[in-house]
Design a protein around this ligand. Sequence first.
Ligand code: ATP
Ligand code: MG
Length: 140
Amino acid sequence: MALERTLSIIKPDATRSNITGQINARLGAAGLRIIAQKRLRMTRAQAEAFYEVHKDQPFYDSLCRFMSSGPVMVQVLEGENAIAKNREVMGATDPAEAAPGTIRKDFGKSIEANSVHGSDSVETAKREIAFFFSPVEIVG
Ligand code: ATP
Ligand code: MG
């Protein structure tokens, strides 16, 4: 077990549906502590930079348009095995395939508008946290 930090994003479909509180309650119930959080609207250029790893994917343009289409909540979560734990609570990328009781199963609208993002490795988490937060904004 390791105390980890991960970047979480509550995506525009979920801010639009006003369910950020419900999502935060699920994170807390899973033992994930929100140690930094802010609401912002990504520019198209920011979304493109954040998702650069997917730039050759057919869904890249649409994903960047969607992620800059409205406000998001960016968050740093801390907890034991936070990276894997958060992805467990999120569920599979496609809400139709996500396990019962996961955020994406219960709130996701499509494989693109799937309510939340979570870092997928220690290295990714480091890069993604630094993308949105300066060290003084993170209070564990
Ligand atoms: P995330 O990175 O958001 O936590 P993930 O790791 O489950 O999700 P990725 O494969 O990294 O999924 O894809 C990043 C995001 O791109 C997905 O969350 C989803 O919004 C979108 N996406 C992934 N696959 C598709 C697809 N086939 N069609 C449309 N959008 C997709
Ligand atoms: Mg991913």
